[in-house]
Each structure stands twice: as structure tokens, then as C-alpha cells.
Design a protein around this ligand. Sequence first.
Ligand SMILES: [Zn+2]
Ligand SMILES: [Zn+2]
Length: 382
Amino acid sequence: MNEDFYELLGVSRDASADDIKRAYRKAARKLHPDVNPSEDAADQMKKVSQAYETLSNPEKRRMYDMGGGTGGFGGFGGGGASFDFSDIFDMFTGGQGRAQGPIPRQRRGNDILRRVAVSLDDIVFGSEAEVDFRTAVACTRCSGSCCEPGTSPSRCSTCSGTGHVQRVTQSLLGQMVQMAPCSVCHGHGDVIENPCTECSGHGRVQQKRTITVTIPSGLENGTRIQLRGEGEVGEAAGPSGDLFVEIAIEDHDTFHRDGTNLIARITVSMVAAALGTTITLPTFDGDKEVQIRPGTQPGEIITLDGFGITQFRSDKRGDIHLDVDVEIPTKLSREQQDLLRQFADARDEPDVAEAPRNAANEPRTAGRKSRFSKLRDRLRDL
Ligand SMILES: [Zn+2]
Ligand SMILES: [Zn+2]
């Protein structure tokens, strides 16, 4: 019972406070139940701790030096005056376990993903698109402080502002002290007693936003454009997330995309293909006159250089490729049939003359109106 505190810690009577602290840590490392699980070690630890408690406190140390009653080890018996192993844990971890500190109220806002439909026209030249979305924006009433104007958070009295409380559990190794987030302040270390009435203490509110997004030319379908910091603002004025705008390119009536080239199928009549003609093609650069040379064959490709899609981050443009289809009439009047027979006769095409005559029908009108709808059907098969 009368072991000398200085001897227990292995320091001289005139040891400094630092010496005593160092000696205690050294002993605690040796005697910690994780290192030394024996009964003796636990007993010794209690003694060393008691010695330290006394010698580390200038007043108690003075009393002890004077031979006054610090009670020796008497207090340990049944009183449950347990020492706090977390102090030792702190020593082992360099204090990180406890020095974690309060959890900041600020949190980064979420990213937002919005799909935007753009036309092929937008992709050919590049464009701008308006994007509407609901998002969290900073509360203007409290400027993200979460408190009613003129008030501020107060230090949490439960955890003394540390954001953590000790949780003591009994284990085989003795008492274990763990740190748990303070349930009163949710680990923030402070409490908002007067939350902002506008944002209910979140520092942000939901609002509809509209922003204009630049759509570069040449984008592929499904491309996501990242706009940094245009996502949700974080809680309590935390950093904003990003806005991702995903491009959905709408189908076009005439053109089908192939990289930076545009493909369209055009249909010309049998006679136009044979004699040659000029057609008017609506392009993204306006109407273009396209020459169909005499004797054009089905499946021929006519290229319009540089009227395709502008490359991404470049001025170069792809081409338009026209896939020519020649329409053979399916229904002919008697008069038309006779004309074609005369034509065949003139070309010495003997098989035609013997072919049975078709029922007299009005010719099918393959006007310009239906051309693109036919084209669309065929583009699907490309
Ligand atoms: Zn507010
Ligand atoms: Zn607290």
C-alpha cells in the first residue's frame, strides 16, 4: 500500500511535469491490457495511474510530498473509481481517436443529371439549350448559416463542443471507452437553437433554376456535359455538386448520322434517273440544288462535300451522302403502258411486247410530299 509514487513511475522527486507524463505513458504502454493481459499488469496499471493522477496535479503532488493524505490506493477497492483507458488509447493512436473533432455541418451538394433533347441541327453547328431543373440553392435569409439572422449556434453542453461522447463498455480486457457521436448535436459540437425559418436550419432551399448550356457541335448521342458547381448547393453553404447535362439527339426526318457525315436516301423517278434532273434538297445550310446526272443507277451515292456535321472543337465539317433510289412505277394507265412499249420497241427490247397488259390503273402519284416519308422508312433499314 505504501509504494512510493515516484518509484512507481520511475522518476526522481524533482521530476518535471513533462518527465512524469512521459514516465506514465511509458508505463501505460507496457501495462496496457492489449499488450499485457495479466492480472498483475492490471493491478500495476491501477497503481501507476493513481500515482500519475496525484503527481500530475500540482496541488495533489504538493500534498503528497508533504506526506498528506492522498489516500494511497485505498480508493480503488470498491468505489469503482476506474481510470479512463481512453487516455491510454489516445497515447497509442497519437490522440487521433479523440482529436477527430466535431463533424462539420457543411456537406457537399449532390450532383444532378438532366437529359436534354437537342435536334440534329443543334449538333451540326453547335447550339445552346435551356435546362430547367429543381435544385437546392443557398438560403438567402440566413446565407447558409442555418440560423435566424442575428443568432448563431451555441456550443453543445452535452459534449462540450467536441461532437463526441464517451461510451464505456465492459469487455474481457476490462473497461473499454469508445467515442460515439453526440446525439444532442449530432456530432456537430454546436446546437442551432434558432433555426432559420426560411430553410428550417439547412442553409438551403429547393428552387427551380434555368440555365443556358452551350451544346458544342459534333457531340455524340448520350454525351454528358459537366457543369462544375451547378448542381445542388451543399447543406450549410457546403460546396455545390455538379450538373451533368446528357444530350439526347432527336431523330431527323431526312438525315441519318454517321459520325460527322449525314446520310439521306433520295428517290428519283425512273425517267428522271434516265434523263437526268435537278432536285432541291433541304439541308442544314438551306436548300441545295443537287444534279442527278443522266443514267444515274439505283444505289449510286452523291456526295455534297462539307455540308455535314461540324466536328467537335473544330471547324471541319463532314459530308452529306445521298443514296439514290430509282422508283419503278407500279401502276400504269393503258396510255402509259403503250408509251413504254413504244419505248421498248425503239430500243429493240423484244420481251416487253409480249408481256401481258396490266389492268388499266391511274398512275401512282409519287409527288415530293411523300418523298421524305419514304426516305424515312428506308433510312430505318440502313
Ligand atoms: Zn436559411
Ligand atoms: Zn453535442
